[in-house]
Design a protein around this ligand. Structure first.
Ligand SMILES: *[C@@H]1O[C@H](CO)[C@@H](O)[C@H](O)[C@H]1NC(C)=O
Ligand SMILES: *[C@@H]1O[C@H](CO)[C@@H](O)[C@H](O)[C@H]1NC(C)=O
Length: 409
């Protein structure tokens, strides 16, 4: 009986494969699935806006904005801006899923900020390029290097142009911290456009990453080879009904399995076997919005960092590197270019990706030690920096206090 149930489930999952997006067998996820961040912002009564920004290499980035708080009615007052940038396989929805009482985007709006949320090229809101179709492999030929130098810079410029401000606050989670260091080291003039930067679970040096997924795959994909050439520049884990249906089958119908389901999302973070502090409400909303898609090259680039212990550009193999970089190994990002004033690091012991050793090493490479907040909760995981039940007290209130302090000085 059990075997039969298992087989049956397997068949259902296959039948609703990611390629059958408009599958009529679904349980009615589409409505939730098609909602944008703007829709979700407005559901809570806040004003929401959608902005499109074209990068220098023709990707069209979607940004969402909570320009002010309806609770403050502060639309005519001066409002400092803040840019929130999500992690790998995530999207702007991540910043609002915990709702108005806990989610950073709403709390910042209620504190008087003009809140902008970015979306990296290739995710569900930024699958567009005016010259390239998403079906063309060249569309996916980018890593977080390009997201940093082209997407984040374009987003910052758009915010400053729209609002007339000269600088903005920045909050990044995971890959949202990597792209910050890429941009600020490669195009140092952007340092001046940042007031304070809050780097949650900073992923820059990765040699001491703890995730078991990486440990077992590093031999195969840690360096460029035939295998990685087969799998690079591909779309991975796109936002389709596939995962939503798996979640639906397993989690909504059987409360005993619900416990496992919330950890499905930490799995995307490579936190296999870790128990996140996310509650089921947030977990359900995660299922409606995640995973949000990325290029496989982003993952391969991270695996190279793990293997090499360096923070450097993508390794194409000796011959290609010579052509591209004029040297046989990829160049390091120059951390001397980072302005350490106003930098805040937030990190934890249970984080499987940003190990405390690597975060502290990064801090030591900067010309001045940033503000370091080592989360005292020993169960705090990589995803908890955005979705923990305690994210407000532990992280968000601290970010807002630091931004307020800057604005008052
Ligand atoms: C789960 O989190 C949501 C959003 O933060 C909150 O509204 C809800 O009360 C929480 N539920 C439980 C059971 O803790
Ligand atoms: C891509 O962006 C361009 C420019 O904003 C727009 O004209 C076009 O309709 C978009 N394409 C898709 C498929 O959304």
């Amino acid at each position: 009986m059990r075997t039969y149930a298992l087989l049956n489930t397997l068949l259902i999952v296959i039948a609703r494969s990611p390629f059958i997006i408009g599958n009529p067998l679904n349980y009615g996820w589409e409505d939730e699935f098609l909602k944008t961040t703007e829709d979700r912002i407005k559901e809570h009564g806040y004003p929401g806006e959608t902005h499109r920004v074209e990068t220098i290499d023709n990707y069209v980035i979607t940004m969402f904005r909570i320009p002010y708080s309806h609770k403050l009615n502060n639309q005519n007052e001066k409002r400092p801006t803040v840019l929130l940038q999500h992690g790998l396989l995530s999207c702007s929805d991540g910043w609002i899923l915990s709702g108005p009482n806990d989610a950073l985007a709403f709390l910042l709006a209620d504190a008087g900020y003009d809140v902008w949320m970015g979306n990296a090229r290739g995710n569900r809101y930024s699958r567009n390029n005016t010259r390239l179709s998403t079906l063309h492999p060249y569309f996916w030929r980018f890593s977080w290097h390009e997201i940093g130098i082209n997407d984040i810079s374009a987003m910052i410029d758009h915010i400053l142009q729209t609002t007339g401000e000269t600088a903005t606050h920045y909050v990044g989670h995971s890959q949202g911290t990597t792209v910050y260091f890429v941009l600020m080291s490669s195009r140092p003039e952007y340092n001046e456009k940042i007031k304070t930067a809050h780097l949650l679970a900073p992923v820059v040096f990765m040699g001491n990453m703890k995730t078991v997924l990486a440990k077992y795959t590093r031999r195969f994909i840690g360096r460029p080879n035939q295998l990685t050439r087969m799998f690079d520049t591909m779309e991975i884990l796109p936002s389709t009904l596939f995962f939503k249906n798996i979640y639906d089958i397993y989690c909504m119908k059987d409360p005993k399995l619900a416990y496992m389901c919330k950890n499905l999302f930490t799995l995307y973070n490579g936190e296999l076997g870790r128990d996140s502090n996310m509650n089921m409400t947030v977990s359900d909303r995660m299922n409606e919005t995640h995973p949000a898609g990325a290029s496989s090259t982003q993952v391969l680039h991270y695996m190279q960092e793990y293997e090499s212990g360096r923070f450097c550009q993508l390794d194409f193999g000796q011959k290609e590197n010579l052509k591209k970089y004029g040297q046989s190994t990829p160049p390091d990002y120059n951390l001397a270019n980072i302005d350490p004033d106003g930098l805040h690091f937030y990190y934890s012991d249970e984080d499987q990706l940003a190990s405390e050793i690597d975060v502290e090493y990064l801090a030591a490479q900067l010309s001045k030690e940033p503000n370091m907040f080592h989360v005292p909760d020993p169960t705090f995981t990589h995803s908890d920096f955005v979705w923990s039940n305690h994210v407000k007290e532990m992280i968000n209130d601290r970010i807002i206090n630091a931004c307020n302090l800057y604005e008052q000085s």
